[in-house]
Design a protein around this ligand. Sequence first.
Ligand code: ZN
Length: 254
Amino acid sequence: MEFVAAKALAELTSAEIERAVAGKTLIWPIGGIEQHGPHLPLNVDSLIPEALSHRLAAMIDGFYLPVQPFSARSLPQSGGGLLFPGTIYIDGATFTRYLQRTLAGLCRLPFKRLVIINGHYENEAFIFEAIDELNGNGALGDRAVTAFSWWSLVPDAWIAANLPEFPGWHAEHAGITETSLMLYLHPDLVRSERPDHPSPPMAGIYRLPLDRASASTQGVLSRTTGSSATLGKQLFNLVMDQMMTLLEHRQNDE
Ligand SMILES: [Zn+2]
């Protein structure tokens, strides 16, 4: 496959854009600003899907959109919630409406396919709802849409081989996978203090009163021990491969 430079939708001019995107794929990374322990920056959930979207745009000659920097509410048993400073969120109804309006505006352009790459756990249901609503009212036309959280593309076999104490994706927050991806993509942003949390929260259970000590260790919900740039590179390339397979299948279905 010919490798081309990734192209930014927002760097086109108004005079150029319709011809440039006609028949093409647009890729929108959706992230967040959320605490990620003492070792990772607040924008982990933005940087990972942004990197994936840039690589994908280059591989399929598509256009990437600016990353959506803010997210749905972070919750204490899947992200640390608002217990730590720096987490900024949008309530779900507003976030869904924002996504709907933005996507409706985007659909005035003659692109063929939309790919949404999510990087923040609690965003997923709102993204799917926004797309489903637009599909229901006809705004998407006959465009193909593929939306997913990046971790949904990681096969169980890879998890079993590389994450022996995998706590579930809800608790892989500031843990081995995000730390490793950041060590690969942005090592200069990863600090050296990397705590483990011995008792990750269970998936799908919200509990009050909240026991802060049992929910996380300094905002880390699971383990960071075992993180490495090598593992991060392997995981990034795996997700890229899975993404290409997903999109090729999608094209074949058309
Ligand atoms: Zn995260």
